[in-house]
Design a protein around this ligand. Structure first.
Ligand code: SAM
Ligand code: SF4
Ligand code: SF4
Length: 342
């Protein structure tokens, strides 16, 4: 698919436009998922960002403005756990001044949704993606590193739906850990009419003990589902869509596979990521980000200059880590997933 791009919107060196901006509101989290922030690494000795190091919300607002001008229409708020960031409602409310943002989403572990969902919907959030890796309490408790039970997340999902938010579910699949939960979660989501996305366990960061043997390829997930359900593919809704989409023939409920390991999709990658301290990463697997907020402050940039800076940075982008992963082993350390969000 060829991306439609007005002249004022930059293309990177591989002719990809920027369409999605993912913003990490905090590097902190109330869970310690073993594949993301293992408790033995993110313990009391780990140094998180101080409050004064976090990107200030008015600065964030200006950065979003620059990205919208570059062509971003989708915004995802993530983390760490984004619901731990104070002022998240106010921030969402402020996004109303960008009518070109057609899609405002949040990825969350769901623990705080029971209390917060209604306020988030009121503030202007369109949808949430809630992470749920197992329905089995033992497996879920072990994977989230804090012994939390899935019941609380299910309550969060119910609260989000009651508030009128769109809801998708993310499940990171690890062989020998929760691959036995593929069918139970699929059945649950199908019954509830929830779109589920299976995510291959990725080699993000440097501390999650990634092992290719623990990756369950999307193809295998599909085969397991096809033994129980009649399935059919759904064509991609838009350029840059990362999930391979399918639906159950009997009720039309959809699910997706995010196969960044077994079938990388860098060719269509239209995503930029902003860390909680204001650094721009043009790839999930980058080792360094550009200190956008530092440049804004040092040079006292006005909005026009900020737009030019962002457009220039995007136009020099050549990232395609997932496509060259095999040859990239042993390179520079990568940024942690909890720092820039998924
Ligand atoms: N705390 C929120 C949550 O868990 O939904 C948002 C941040 S989390 C980093 C965003 C997404 O990345 C989650 O769905 C999580 O499951 C996924 N993720 C984290 N580490 C991953 C890994 N190593 N491989 C694949 N997905 C991962
Ligand atoms: Fe926290 Fe989300 Fe990472 Fe789990 S996946 S540790 S909930 S940031
Ligand atoms: Fe995009 Fe980098 Fe992932 Fe490729 S590896 S899809 S360029 S974020």
């Amino acid at each position: 698919m060829t991306p439609p791009t007005p002249d004022s919107q930059p293309l990177d060196l591989l002719a990809r436009p920027v369409r999605d901006l993912r913003i990490s509101l905090t590097d902190r989290c109330n869970l310690r998922c073993t594949y993301c922030m293992p408790a033995e690494v993110f313990d009391h000795n780990h140094v998180f960002l101080r409050k004064d190091q976090l990107l200030r919300l008015p600065e964030l607002d200006r950065i979003i403005g620059a990205f919208v001008r570059c062509g971003v229409g989708k915004l995802r708020v993530t983390g760490g756990e984004p619901l731990l960031r104070r002022g998240v409602r106010k921030f969402l409310h402020g996004l109303r001044r960008f009518p070109d943002l057609q899609d405002i989403a949040m990825t969350t572990n769901g623990l705080l949704l029971p209390e917060l969902a209604a306020g988030l919907a009121e503030a202007g959030l369109h949808r949430v993606t809630v992470s749920l890796d197992a329905l089995d309490p033992g497996i879920f408790g072990a994977m989230n590193g804090r012994g939390h039970q899935p019941g609380r997340v299910l309550e969060g999902i119910a609260a989000a739906r009651a508030a009128g938010l769109g809801v998708k579910i993310n499940m990171v699949v690890q062989r020998g850990v929760n691959d036995g939960e593929i069918l139970p979660i699929a059945r649950h989501c199908k019954r509830e009419g929830l779109v589920l996305r299976f995510i291959e366990f990725m080699d993000v960061g440097n501390s999650n003990h990634w092992d290719p043997a623990m990756v369950v390829p999307g193809r295998e997930i599909l085969e397991r589902l096809a033994r129980e359900f009649a399935l059919e593919p759904v064509s991609p809704a838009q350029y840059g869509e990362v999930a391979a989409r399918y639906r159950y023939r009997d009720d039309g409920c959809e699910f997706g596979l995010i196969t960044s390991i077994s079938a990388p999709f860098c060719r269509d990658c239209t995503r930029a990521r902003l860390s909680a301290d204001g650094r721009l990463f043009t790839c999930l697997f980058a080792s360094e980000g550009f200190d956008l907020v530092g440049a804004m402050r040092a040079d006292n940039l006005d909005n026009e200059e900020l737009y030019r800076l962002v457009a220039g940075l995007w136009s020099r982008r050549a990232d395609r880590y997932s496509e060259i992963r095999a040859g990239a082993a042993g390179g520079a350390p990568k940024v942690e997933m909890s720092f820039i969000g998924g």
